[in-house]
Design a protein around this ligand. Structure first.
Ligand code: IDP
Length: 166
């Protein structure tokens, strides 16, 4: 989701980032991840803490139904509190995914040692964070987590300076 109408120097893009239950369970890791978001110059557009029911988890990960890890994933994602963010910055989708590192924790530790999943991931399922992987998935996932959010209203009401090019 690129906010092409913005007149600021760089086009902002939105992404959905989620801190999964394995990391939210540890306050120091949660804080470290929040600081990482801020240090990497993301604008926090929205954030919320939430707990999924099992059916939310099944719906969100429907594309993985039938894979060997699906049941484990669905149970894990509805096992405790999560924190979800709508983040904005230039190339937000790829920037957040780069910070997360590869899906599989052991691969992350091997090829991308400083990434979030390499540092904090416990297993391939309990891999600390989620991030949208395309503009289409960012739109769908932001609507899933923040059904009340309207990017137009956000621009209009909360960030009018973007429209004036400040
Ligand atoms: P992504 O989260 O890096 O975009 P996806 O392939 O969309 O990766 O997988 C969604 C989630 O499913 C992963 O973040 C992870 O929690 C879980 N997962 C994916 N592959 C495996 C696996 O091989 N074993 C266990 N869990 C997996």
């Amino acid at each position: 989701m690129v906010l092409t109408t913005l007149r600021c120097a760089k086009a902002l893009q939105l992404t959905l980032a989620v801190i999964k239950p394995d990391a939210v369970a540890h306050p120091l890791i949660l804080e470290a991840l929040h600081q990482k978001i801020l240090k990497n110059k993301f604008i926090i557009v929205r954030s919320k803490d939430l707990i999924w029911r099992r059916q939310d988890s099944e719906r969100f990960y429907a594309e993985h139904k039938g894979r060997f890890f699906y049941q484990r994933l669905v149970e894990f994602m509805s096992s405790g509190p999560m924190r979800a963010y709508i983040l904005a910055r230039e190339n937000a989708i790829s920037q957040w995914r780069e910070l997360m590192g590869p899906t599989k924790v052991f691969r992350a530790r091997y090829i991308a040692p400083g990434t979030i999943r390499a540092l904090y991931g416990l297993t391939d399922t309990r891999n600390t964070t989620h991030g949208s992987d395309s503009v289409e998935s960012a739109q769908r996932e932001i609507a899933f987590f923040f059904p009340e959010f309207s990017v137009e209203e956000w621009m209009e009401q909360t960030e009018p300076s973007f429209r004036k090019g400040h």
